[in-house]
Design a protein around this ligand. Structure first.
Ligand code: 13P
Length: 255
């Protein structure tokens, strides 16, 4: 089974609307020719609408970085899946470690969001990952499998198949310290084995599992050569069109 790679740029809390539009246009112009890979950008909330408009006639997808699980209601400061679909988003990142660590996101909350996103036709990009303390304590698998179970537990098999999982070891995020391809593959394989238990072999083989954490143009190819690494969730290196395009073009030597 060959899974279509998916490379997503998480812009986090960077870029003004004008800067984001310029970057989105450049990514569209330079990445649209790479037909064998899904390309997604995740701008900050204030830029979602103009960037969705800018990319509307292109193959580049747009993700929000978070959402609330309710369709609407008295939740000041939140954005619902309905609102995100309305502005043109196709994906939403849920359970990013920064949201778990800095904003109290729980496993249960991530599961509610994934459920709500599928209810409204959006694709969750579900992040899982261990901290350095957890890795050093030998708890990596326990942590990421618990996070995966909680995120996908309420989904039907076809919804699991359509979801994207991102393995992002917290110690590799923004540190320049990438997991080795072998380290990442070990966890990706364990995640896929758990997907088999949750939804069966056929579904598990369809789920795309991204790696995230200091992905750069010079390490993407080795990561992507691993059998269970199906893409990347890129932070810092997604903020310039040059480095992001080189990551998207990982299969094309001449890019
Ligand atoms: P960096 O690529 O900057 O390490 O960030 C990874 C990340 O958190 C993407 O969601």
């Amino acid at each position: 089974m060959t899974r279509r790679p998916i490379i997503a740029g998480n812009w986090k809390m960077h870029l003004t609307v004008a800067e984001g539009l310029a970057l989105a246009s450049e990514i569209r112009n330079r990445c649209a020719r790479f037909r064998g890979v899904d390309v997604v950008v995740a701008p900050g909330a204030a830029s979602l609408y103009p960037i969705c408009q800018r990319l509307a006639d292109s193959p580049i997808g747009v993700a929000a970085q978070n959402c609330h699980h309710a369709a609407q209601g008295a939740y000041t400061g939140e954005l619902s899946p309905v609102q995100l679909a309305d502005v043109g988003c196709g994906y939403v990142i849920v359970g990013h470690s920064e949201r778990r660590q800095l904003f109290g996101e729980t496993d249960e909350g991530v599961g509610k969001k994934a459920r709500a996103l599928h209810d409204h036709g959006l694709t969750p990009i579900v992040c899982v990952g261990e901290t350095l303390v957890e890795r050093d304590a030998g708890r990596t698998l326990e942590v990421v499998l618990r996070q995966l179970d909680a995120a996908l537990g309420s989904l039907r098999p076809e919804e699991i198949a359509a979801s994207v999982v991102a393995y992002e070891p917290v110690w590799a995020i923004g540190t320049g310290r990438t997991a080795t391809p072998a380290q990442a593959q070990e966890i990706h394989a364990a995640l896929r084995t758990r997907l088999v238990a949750l939804a069966g072999e056929t579904v598990a083989q369809k789920v795309r599992i991204q790696y995230g954490g200091s992905v750069k143009p010079d390490n993407i190819r080795d990561l992507m050569s691993q059998p269970d690494i199906d893409g990347a969730l890129v932070g810092g290196a997604s903020l310039t069109a040059d480095s992001f395009t080189r990551i998207v073009a990982f299969e094309n030597e001449d890019a």
